[in-house]
Design a protein around this ligand. Structure first.
Ligand SMILES: [Mg+2]
Length: 389
């Protein structure tokens, strides 16, 4: 038992050459960091790693250990880790703040989530909310609650992911807290960003006649989750059966290592575009469209044929005999941006192939609906599944 537990905690240790993720006690899968890669089966007993008890360091020792190499990157980070509070000066710009709580067993499952990926994703989901305001994230605070089942090495892996995301997106870790937890891993992250005065974009300001757009492709993370949940179930029933995730790198990568759309916010700035409304897609496209419609008091028409669906997602969805459109509408965890923009900006918009125009905003009395490929009209519901049953 202890061995299995040790292996689960050990997830994601071989950092420089990719890392090994264990779905279960007996089998290791070899994943690269950038994306889940081809699958190898490795004898679990080949894995060896030291275990340092966090209790030996104490809370201040742990904080010191975790924050000792921080170098502040932003001029706005006046005082970082090490005082009672951080000091941030956005030099006349407006400050954007968002916070998120992630609980083991509710928001993530450590059976198949490598700790480094978890650290990375925890930052990404917060940065995505800052970008969704048309702002640039500049600082984060990271607080964790951990039980004694986690070693210092395990916490280090989590923070490697945190720092990898901070580096990539140019944000400073300026504070946080650590605490022991009775059960489970608890993560609370706050992200802070800046936006030029009056450039921030709300959800509530879409206008009748605007184009409705989204970035990237949708639904893949959900299908990735279906694969991992299926393999977990199979493993629980029979630990001798090897996980079968071969060829599903794209959808699993979209779930385990999402990215935030920093590039799109940079594109808006460069192209001098300001969306009329915007939010990120974390709960699923349908649900987010309804937020914009309700808060802006508008209706919308979405075209099924315009939804950005990746070929890999479509192929994977068919394996589960589910409709790729339903996945795109209701999947969630895409961390793409959903926005509306004036029709007159269409010519600039099409310069970016990462942006899809999926519909347009109409009068509120007409409601929110989708036109299927077959020409049928369905009301959009928060659970898009129902519309297609
Ligand atoms: Mg959001």
């Amino acid at each position: 038992m202890r061995y299995t537990r040790y292996l689960r905690i050990k997830i994601g240790s071989l950092w420089t050459s990719g890392f090994k993720c264990i779905l279960a006690g007996e089998i290791l899968k070899y994943f690269t960091w950038a994306q889940i890669c081809s699958v190898y089966i490795v004898e679990a007993k080949n894995v060896f790693m030291d275990r340092t008890e966090i209790a030996d360091l104490g809370e201040f020792g742990l904080i010191n250990h975790l924050t000792q190499n921080i170098e502040l990157q932003n001029a706005s980070s006046v005082v970082g880790v090490g005082d009672d509070a951080a000091v941030i000066d956005h030099f006349g710009k407006q400050t954007v703040v968002t916070t998120d709580l992630l609980l083991e067993g509710v928001h993530f499952d450590l059976t198949y989530t490598p700790l480094k990926h978890l650290g990375y994703k925890s930052i990404i989901v917060n940065l995505s909310d800052v970008y969704a305001m048309n702002a640039i994230p500049t600082q984060v605070t990271v607080s964790i609650g951990i039980s004694n089942r986690f070693s210092l090495e395990a916490v280090d892996e989590f923070y490697e992911g945190v720092f990898a995301a901070c580096d990539k997106y140019g944000v400073d870790l300026v504070g946080g807290d650590t605490s022991s937890s009775q059960k489970g891993f608890i993560i609370s992250i706050t992200a802070i960003g800046e936006v030029a005065t009056d450039k921030f974009v709300r959800r509530s300001t879409a206008q009748n006649g605007d184009l409705l757009c989204c970035t990237g492709d949708l639904g893949a993370a959900y299908v990735g989750l279906l694969f991992l949940e299926r393999e977990k179930r199979i493993y629980i029933e029979n630990p001798q059966i090897q996980p079968d995730l071969e060829g599903e790198q794209y959808v699993i990568g979209r779930l385990l290592k999402p990215e935030a759309r920093k590039d799109i916010i940079a594109f808006f700035e460069e192209a001098k575009l300001v969306p009329t409304s915007m939010m990120d897609i974390s709960d699923g496209l349908s649900s987010e469209i309804l937020h914009i419609c309700r808060q802006s008091e508008v209706g919308c028409t979405v075209y099924e044929e315009k939804l950005p669906i990746h070929e890999e997602m479509k192929r994977a969805a068919f394996k589960f005999e589910i409709d790729p459109t339903a996945c795109a509408l209701s999947g969630g965890e895409d961390y793409e941006l959903l926005f509306t923009i004036a029709q007159g900006d269409y010519d600039k918009l099409v310069l970016n192939e990462q942006i899809s125009v999926i519909g347009h905003i109409i009068d509120p009395v007409e409601g929110a609906h989708i036109i299927t490929k077959g020409g049928n009209k369905h009301a959009i519901t928060a659970q898009g599944w129902n519309a297609f049953k």
